[in-house]
Structure formats: C-alpha cells, structure tokens
Design a protein around this ligand. Structure first.
Ligand code: MRU
Length: 368
C-alpha cells in the first residue's frame, strides 16, 4: 500500500541487518508516521500486547519475526526449549487472534527439521519472511475473489457507487499488505468500479476513525466516517449495499470472532436483507473449535474506554479523561457473529459459505 505515494509494508526486516525488524507504531497514526525498530523478543511481546501493531495477519507476522529475534539470542544447546518458551511468551500477549498461535506453531514445526545453530536460525528467519510474504499474497487473492461480489452489485446499480460498510480496521495495517476486508475494495477501484466506504469509528480504540479512514484516504477511496451506532440507520435507508469485515478467528464451522460491535452490524444487515461478508486468509481459521462461543474474548483495560487520545491544537498527541474519574468500564474487545448471519467467507481460494462442509471442501487439508 502507499503512504504519501510511497509503497510500504507494515513489517519488514532491515535489508542490511537481520537483527532489526521495522514496524509502524500504529498508536501514533494518523497524526504521526513513526517507524519502531524491534531487536528482541521482549520488545516484540510489548509491541503486540500494547498494540503498536495489531490486526490478525500482522500479529501473526510479528510473532513470526519475534521468533526470529528470539532465535538470534538462543543457545545452541537447549535451542528448542528456548524457542518453545519464546513461543509461549508471544502466544500469551493477545488471546483472540488465531494467527498468533498459528505463526508460533509453524515456526516450531519448521525449525525442528534443522540441527545446527546456524541452520536453525536461518530456518526461523526464512519462515518469518515466508509468513509475511504469504500474508500479503493471500490478501491480494482475497481482493481478486471479493471483487466479483462488488462487480455484481455495481452492475445491478448500473454503475452507481457501491456503498460498503466496514467495521474496525481489516485493512493493510492489520496485515502485511492489502488488508482482508479492504482488498476487494482496492481491487474494485483498480477495475474502475465506483465505491464508497462507510467507516465505523470502532470505539474504544478507534481503529476505524484512526486507521481505516486514513488508509482509504491514502488510496484515494471515497469514504465517510460514522459513529458505531449509525450502521443500522443507514441500512434502513438503503444507504448500504454490502458489509465486509475482517476476523481475528473463525471456527471451521463458520462462526466469526471480530472486533466488538460486529455482531450488531450482522444483525442489522440480516434485518435489512443486506449481504454481510467476512474476508480472511485461511491462517485465521481455528480448525479445532466447533463453536464460536468457545473463542477466548480479550478484555482490555477499562482506561481505553474512560480516556481518549488525539492531537490537540498545539499539535501534541494527548490522552484526556472522558468520564468522571472513577467510572467503572468493561472493555470486551471482540464478539462472535454466528455463521447463520454471514453471507459468505472471502478467502484466498475463493468464496465459501460460512458452513463446516463448505469450508472443508475449500480447505480439505484444514482440520479434522
Ligand atoms: O484489536 P485489534 O485492532 O488487533 O483487532 C483486530 C481488528 O482490527 C479487527 O477485529 C479486524 O476486523 C480483524 S483483524 C483483520
């Protein structure tokens, strides 16, 4: 994706020094574009937990590189034990997104095939790069498949702009490149289809307001920011043609965990006969869970709700108190949208129904 016209990825190893991994500190966006350099496992865990990086695919890619930074410090004797512990530390940073555990497991599996320190370190680095490259490629392919849904709606509307509502940020900042929910939108723009995006602000962290709206602006996609509760109203008035969201974990039966508030959008879409799609790379599937209600839901600090961060008139980024001082707040980060409310899952292999049999037909190697 482009920032100020320049092609960028959300994470990349330093081309001349493998012991450095560069990320964008997303906490400063859209006001400041800050590159942070990670050099060890501890910094990587903090970056994931405190959301310098966030979003399913990017958390996975960061965990991949976190394992690489750990491998550089690991002793030759006891290498695997050291790496398993590093994996546990990474996995414990955020509980909901599948990609985190998936990336750690993939690293441990791959590295177990090597035996000298140099070859093990080389393997972990190569796997981290492969995870990042695949993430970008899968999102690109999601764009190609999702484009066809937008094209069909555009045809029905005789070329009038297709109004797409999205929640949170499942854009390139949540992945390595392209994004999941945004990839079909970029593909539609490239195909000359008129699109307009309704961006949910996504309290409390405001991923929509701060990240998605900015990303779309950078790509010159027409978009309008709305408060989280506006979606139902817009749907009732024929102002939304489809919804596309991302997901942090999807069961192999088609239930979706995504940013808090997604479920309510799906209910409103169903009530108004509006298609509700979820875009995901297959790395987000949890092949072991049958029921979305078993997905662990992250609860974050109440402070994210009782305060708000933005730029003041002195151009300083500041956090201010929004509520009376001792207000109690419960900060549930994700909710579950049941498969029955989902029109389809847009994956790198194509679009499937959110249904166990259909998912396994598309990914026969997947799970049970
Ligand atoms: O808490 P976050 O920002 O890491 O949550 C992830 C998200 O942005 C959303 O839930 C997104 O829609 C799915 S991640 C592709």
């Amino acid at each position: 994706m482009k920032i100020n016209g320049k092609q960028c990825r959300t994470i990349c190893p330093d081309p001349s020094d493998k012991s450095k991994v560069h990320i964008i500190d997303q906490r400063q966006l859209p006001h400041e574009y800050t590159i942070e350099t990670l050099t060890n496992l501890k910094q990587t865990c903090v970056a994931i937990k405190d959301m310098h990086v966030r979003g399913a695919g990017l958390i996975g890619a960061t965990a991949g590189f976190g394992m690489h930074l750990a491998a550089l410090q690991a002793p030759e004797t006891g290498f695997m034990e050291y790496m398993e512990k590093a994996g546990e530390q990474l996995s414990s940073t955020r509980p909901t997104a599948s990609n985190l555990n998936w990336a750690v497991r993939r690293q441990l599996q791959e590295v177990s095939k090597s035996n000298t320190l140099a070859s093990m370190q080389q393997s972990v680095f190569a796997t981290a790069c492969a995870i990042a490259d695949e993430d970008a490629e899968y999102c690109r392919q999601i764009g190609i498949h999702g484009l066809e849904i937008i094209r069909a709606i555009s045809k029905k509307k005789k070329g009038k702009p297709v109004n797409i509502l999205t929640h949170c940020n499942a854009g390139w900042l949540a992945f390595v490149d392209y994004g999941s929910a945004t990839a079909p939108i970029y593909a539609a723009r490239d195909a000359g289809i008129a699109v307009h995006v309704w961006v949910d602000e996504t309290r409390p962290w405001n991923q929509g307001a701060k990240l998605t709206a900015w990303e779309l602006q950078q790509e010159k996609i027409d978009n309008t920011l709305i408060v989280d509760n506006a979606g139902g109203h817009l749907m009732q008035h024929g102002m939304v043609d489809m919804v596309i969201v991302g997901t942090d974990r999807t069961t192999h039966t088609g239930d979706v965990a995504n940013k808090i508030g997604t479920y309510l959008k799906a209910l409103a879409a169903r009530d108004n006969g509006i298609p509700f799609y979820v875009a995901l790379p297959s790395t987000t599937f949890d092949w072991n869970l049958d029921n979305g209600m078993e997905i662990p839901i992250e609860q974050r600090e109440g402070e994210e709700i009782t305060t708000i961060t933005g730029k003041d008139s002195d151009n300083e980024i500041r956090t201010v108190q929004l509520t009376a001082k001792d207000t109690k707040a419960a900060n549930y980060s994700f909710d579950i949208t049941p498969a029955r409310l989902i029109s389809g899952l847009i994956t790198e292999r194509g679009i499937t129904e959110a249904d166990e049999k259909a998912i396994h037909r598309l990914f026969p190697e997947g799970g049970h």
